[in-house]
Design a protein around this ligand. Structure first.
Ligand SMILES: O=P(O)(O)OP(=O)(O)OP(=O)(O)OC[C@H]1O[C@@H](n2cnc3c(O)ncnc32)[C@H](O)[C@@H]1O
Ligand SMILES: [Mg+2]
Length: 178
């Protein structure tokens, strides 16, 4: 069986862990790449966040991968406050594209205010928790859910949604015959 090359468009540990947990060895070999998202460093809508994920997936395919995965975090203003949102995209070398969105929670007001002032959530969370590298670990979602759902869990669910759609289309069987 030929190993299928899967690229993840990020060097963020929570994102890499999510992809390697779904695309497992020896069928898949996951490589990570630092690629541009083409959107702002702190996306501020579902659309912008999804666009970032799709762009990352496309950039990764250009690195010679069979499958490109892009994961992007953002925030989205709603009637009752600012929610944290996450999107994923999977692109195949044969031209298919799958997208999936993740679970959302409302951020506390004191965090939201700082984002409206132009700060990035990652930096705000470091100050709030007095810990470094939160975005690579539990993330805002982990902090505000008392550790019940961390950033890797959230991205893992999104990657499962992408992989499931990829399988539903029979793409995994096609890959196997290559
Ligand atoms: O290296 P990349 O892949 O860019 O990883 P990142 O941690 O910057 O993640 P995103 O660009 O996808 O997220 C956009 C912004 O939102 C922040 N962010 C999103 N979700 C977060 C979370 O759960 N915890 C902490 N920061 C988060 C992140 O730090 C960025 O400032
Ligand atoms: Mg980023």
């Amino acid at each position: 069986m030929k190993t299928i090359k899967v690229g993840i468009g990020s060097t963020n540990q929570a994102k890499i862990d999510a992809v390697t947990s779904v695309f497992s060895y020896p069928k898949y070999h996951v490589q990570s790449f630092s690629v541009p998202s083409s959107v702002s460093s702190q996306p501020f809508s579902e659309e912008e966040t999804k666009r970032g994920a799709i762009h990352r997936a496309r950039e990764v395919l250009e690195k010679g991968m069979s499958i490109g995965v892009g994961l992007e975090g953002g925030v989205v203003p709603m009637d009752d406050g600012l929610y944290v949102c996450n999107w994923g995209a999977l692109k195949t070398v044969t031209g298919e594209e799958m997208t999936a969105g993740g679970a959302k929670i409302r951020l506390p007001k004191e965090i939201a205010v700082q984002l409206y002032e132009g700060e990035e959530l990652g930096r705000v969370m470091e100050r709030y928790t007095k810990k470094k590298g939160i975005r690579h670990k539990e993330g805002a979602i982990g902090v505000f859910t008392a550790g019940h759902v961390d950033r890797a869990n959230l991205f893992q669910h999104i990657v499962q949604l992408l992989y499931g759609q990829y399988q539903f289309c029979g793409m995994d069987k096609e890959d196997r015959n290559k």
